[in-house]
Ligand binder design. Structure first.
Ligand code: PMP
Length: 433
């Protein structure tokens, strides 16, 4: 199908100005001018249901966040070198959200990548090691250090010699074996391999929803053994909450809480400011002691009063609007509705999720679970044309990643299910032609 001349011209202008490293989503790239709740709106006023954006987790342009930003930006925009209440209130609220852990301090950054970069620096100082263990299709960010342990960036990024990959805990790989035991064994083997090469392990870093690995939330609790293994070996456990955090799973504020874990560091990002760039980490006093003694930390924009005001408004809104129980309820409708399509569509190999984060694995053969990357890309693009925005992830690029704002309504969840159903049917007609 053709791209509109006006869109074509805008793409050419963008490529000329921004260069070749940026990517647009979809075969028919979208030009968006406004956002409202779970909707994105194009210049002609066509509304697209945003089933992909967990940054604007409270809904696009949420008035409580907009007001908090406006009020603060008209009063004071400064940095962490002055005393200010907002950052302290934010720290108190965030630390109150991790009861039963030893997490004691908040440090702020502007992006999730920076948060993981800082977490890794802290882990290196604390352990005297450099070794990092991540899953085989993980994504943790863009800095030079963090890209070296983000294998999902693909072959242009060399993983560091201090990096070890373990297989993501895909259920079907573990048939007959206990998933937790298997993951623990893999992490123990990676620790032993680092040690054999004279590399001291600094950290195991895990996104507890395994977002880039294909969305692997179950069974809750299976991460415990692996975390204990890295801590026994003197390394830190860093829970990357950039994706699962801020109530996404519906049951807990943080993904690691589903696994009953004791993280040394928890990194935060994406939905933290509902679009305002604010990210950071929570760390135990023990993890931070040496780093604080030997380094000073100042990050010009991180922890600025305006971003902190936005983040406080986010936390207040999650509570006031009861978005966690809402995410649990609508997430269940979405998961059950899509699971119900399995009987009709052979291509659905598996449907899994937690709260408002759902993965739909598309396969060319249900028995072997062979990835159908072509079909997945077709479905993503068909759904976009029908007004529902989502994308794909996993090693085989064959898992639809559904991650809408937490305010998604039951009716909007129904729209995602219906449009997925139509698109799967239509993608198959396409094959027969
Ligand atoms: N960790 C995870 C799990 C992520 O998904 C991302 C972003 N997709 C990051 C870290 C990096 O965050 P940012 O893009 O804000 O640097």
């Amino acid at each position: 199908a053709n791209i509109e001349p006006a869109t074509e011209a805008m793409i050419a202008r963008r490529n000329a100005l921004l260069g070749p490293a940026y990517r647009l989503m979809y075969e028919h790239p979208l030009h968006i001018v406004r956002g409202e709740g779970a909707w994105l709106i194009d210049p002609q006023g066509r509304r697209y249901l945003d089933a992909y954006n967990n940054v604007t987790s409270l809904g696009h342009c949420h008035p409580a966040v907009a007001e908090a930003i406006c009020r603060q930006v008209q009063t004071l925009a400064t940095n962490t070198r002055y005393l200010h209440d907002t950052i302290l209130e934010l720290a108190e609220r965030l630390l109150a959200s991790v009861p039963g852990t030893d997490l004691a301090h908040l440090m702020l950054t502007c992006t999730g990548s920076e948060a993981n970069d800082l977490a890794y620096r802290i882990a290196k100082v604390r352990t005297g090691g450099t070794g990092v263990i991540v899953t085989d299709t993980a994504y943790h960010g863009i800095t030079d250090a963090v890209s070296q342990f983000s294998p999902s960036l693909g072959p242009t990024v060399d993983l560091g010699p201090h990096v070890r990959l373990v297989a993501a805990p895909r259920q079907y790989h573990a048939e007959g074996a206990d998933l937790g035991e298997r993951f623990t064994r893999d992490v123990e083997a990676a620790i032993a391999d680092l040690q054999r090469h004279g590399i001291k392990p600094a950290a195991l870093i895990v996104d507890s929803l395994f977002t880039s690995d294909g969305i692997l939330p179950e069974p809750a609790g299976f991460l415990k053994g692996a975390v204990e293994a890295i801590q026994r070996a003197g390394g830190l456990f860093i829970a990357d909450e950039v994706q699962p955090g801020f109530g996404r799973t519906g049951e807990h504020m943080w993904g690691f809480q589903r696994h009953g874990l004791m993280p040394d560091i928890v990194t935060l990002g994406k939905p933290m400011g509902n679009g305002q760039p604010i990210a950071g980490l929570l760390a135990t006093a023990d993890a931070l002691a040496e780093f604080g003694e030997y380094s000073r930390y100042f990050n010009t924009f991180a922890g600025n009063t305006v971003s902190c005001a936005a983040a406080l408004a986010v936390l207040e809104t999650i509570e006031r609007e009861q978005l966690m129980p809402h995410a649990a309820q609508v997430g269940k409708l979405l998961l059950d509705g899509i699971a119900g399509l399995k009987a009709k569509h052979e291509a659905i190999g598996d449907v899994r999720g937690a709260g408002l984060f759902v993965g739909v694995e598309l396969v060319s053969d249900r028995t072997t679970r062979a990835a159908d990357r072509g079909l997945t890309s077709k479905v993503v693009n068909l759904m976009r044309d029908k007004g529902v925005l989502l994308s794909a992830c996993a090693q085989g690029h064959n898992v639809l990643k559904i991650r809408p704002p937490l305010v998604l309504s039951a009716e909007q969840a129904g729209m995602v299910i219906d449009v997925l159903d139509q698109s799967l049917t239509e993608a198959r007609w396409g094959d027969a032609e």
